[in-house]
Design a protein around this ligand. Structure first.
Ligand SMILES: Nc1ncnc2c1ncn2[C@@H]1O[C@H](COP(=O)(O)OP(=O)(O)OP(=O)(O)O)[C@@H](O)[C@H]1O
Length: 456
């Protein structure tokens, strides 16, 4: 009987996918890696390749699989899932064709009010050996919010995809349940709004603050390390966490370190963070870097010689934000100079970033990249001639940070910022210095930006 199952495995999986409208991403992550191993006493043993998700696959797919196989064989059978290393290797290859289904789109208003970046979805996230566990955990949470891994704690170094993955979970949930109440915030926003509420600034009261954060089906808090050390914020977050957790609402947290390594985290919060699942994202290997660059190329509609892509992937290793920034810079330079993208152009464009053996240097480019990311702008907006408030303020922050964190001369800072005069740079930086004396939330933002730019 196992022969028949093996031979028709692809079809069984596809039937199951279609019948239950399982998305491509769930299909690829959970079902494709499964392999039938044996059939004894009416029980089909199926191999699951990954320990962390054995319980999840059992819980979510046992019944569906049992029905699919029983229907296919015409006999009622039981299912058991086992880990690969508990059994001999099953030599099966399954590469079913994927079928695109279930493409309901969520309204841009909903996406905006949840604070989500429309580009950060599972579809645009490249899965590699550095992030496959985090990706699978994120998908499990997206499929069963509040049920299985609560909280989900994602940690990893700067610019490795934590925010992207968090947004992907939120998009997935909204697509399946458009009425879900979802809120994504950075811990900086949480802190700043709490400060405002306590001071009753901007007409927010503490009751409204609590309402906003506790009345959600899914709350995502990014970069939790930044609320650490602020007692009142930890206290408030502790209560927010409890309220959500007790009503089985999903909490997703990201940080640069695992809970046990965050020194100033109160014990009661640390233990709560460890109630669910903690997963990490590492730096991408060469293949993943190549795949990310190729994905970006495809999404942006670029057509770049593979040698150039290889050059970037070989030389920029630790941070995906920098990897993407390098590609953007090369494209911008070729457009500006109206020339082709060649290896020579890439070498010229990246010479400041790629200095062999050098520490990660703080450059105006890096500052522009981090600040624009932080404010949800494109780096080109910062150096553009646009004068709207949403851009002018981050641009002045860039001026301030360039003056404080680099030795770049004022004229050169002006050039990085679209050919501005050095007096404009002085004015911008001075404005931020003056505001810092009276604006606590700005102080907080600058502190966070500095840590993002220079994590040591
Ligand atoms: N696996 C991936 N596939 C495609 N793009 C990725 C991937 N990982 C990261 N990126 C891209 O890299 C950039 C930085 O990612 P992101 O902001 O999610 O990092 P982060 O870990 O949250 O950083 P930070 O610690 O600064 O908050 C984003 O543009 C994101 O889309």
């Amino acid at each position: 009987m196992i022969d028949i199952i093996e031979k028709n495995w692809e079809q069984i999986l596809l039937n199951l996918k279609e019948e239950h409208e399982i998305s491509d991403i769930s299909f690829k992550t959970w079902l494709l890696p499964l392999k039938p191993y044996s059939f004894k006493n009416n029980t089909v043993t199926i191999i699951v390749p990954e320990q962390t998700f054995l319980a999840y696959v059992k819980r979510r797919y046992s019944l569906l699989m049992k029905v699919a196989i029983s229907e296919f064989l015409g006999v009622e059978c039981e299912i058991e899932f086992k880990l690969e290393d508990q059994l001999a290797e099953a030599n099966l290859s399954t590469e079913p064709q994927l079928i695109e289904k279930n493409n309901t789109s969520v309204s841009p208003d909903v996406i905006q009010s949840a604070n989500l970046n429309p580009k950060y979805t599972f579809d645009t996230f490249v899965v590699g050996s550095n992030n496959n566990l985090a990706h699978a955990a994120a998908l499990a949470v997206a499929e069963s919010p509040g049920e299985i891994y609560n909280p989900l704690f994602i940690y990893g170094g700067v610019g490795l995809g934590k925010t992207h993955l968090m947004h992907a979970i939120a998009h997935f949930i909204l697509k399946n349940t458009p009425t879900s109440k979802i809120l994504y915030v950075s811990s900086e926003t949480f802190t700043n709004e709490l400060i405002d509420a306590i001071r009753n600034k901007n007409n927010i009261t503490t009751t409204e603050f609590r309402e906003k954060y506790r009345n959600n089906d899914v709350l995502l808090i990014d970069d939790i390390q930044f609320i650490i050390g602020k007692e009142s914020t930890q206290e408030e977050f502790f209560h927010t966490f409890n309220t959500l957790y007790e009503s089985k609402k999903q909490i997703i947290i990201s940080s640069d370190k695992p809970p046990k390594e965050i020194e100033t985290l109160e014990e009661r919060l640390r233990s709560r963070f460890e109630w669910g699942l903690t997963v990490d994202i590492q730096s991408p290997d060469y293949e993943t870097r190549m795949a990310i660059l190729q994905k970006k190329e495809e999404l942006e509609g670029y057509n770049i010689d593979n040698e150039v892509i290889k050059y970037i992937a070989t030389n920029i290793k630790s941070n995906i934000r920098e990897l993407e920034g390098a590609l953007t810079k090369i494209v911008a330079l070729s457009r500006l100079n109206k020339c082709d993208i060649t290896l020579e152009l890439a070498e010229e464009a990246l010479k400041d970033i790629i200095s062999p053996g050098a520490q990660r240097e703080v450059t105006p480019d890096l500052i522009i990249q981090v600040v624009s990311d932080h404010f949800g702008l494109a780096p080109l907006d910062i150096s553009s001639q646009k004068r709207n408030k949403e851009i002018v303020y981050p641009r002045q922050i860039v001026m301030y940070l360039c003056r404080n964190m680099t030795a770049t001369p004022l004229q050169a800072i002006g050039r990085y910022l679209g050919g501005r005069d050095h007096t404009t740079v002085i004015h911008g930086a001075d404005k931020i210095t003056a505001d810092l004396l009276k604006d606590e939330t700005l102080k907080n933002t600058i502190e966070i930006l500095k840590k993002k730019i220079n994590p040591q």
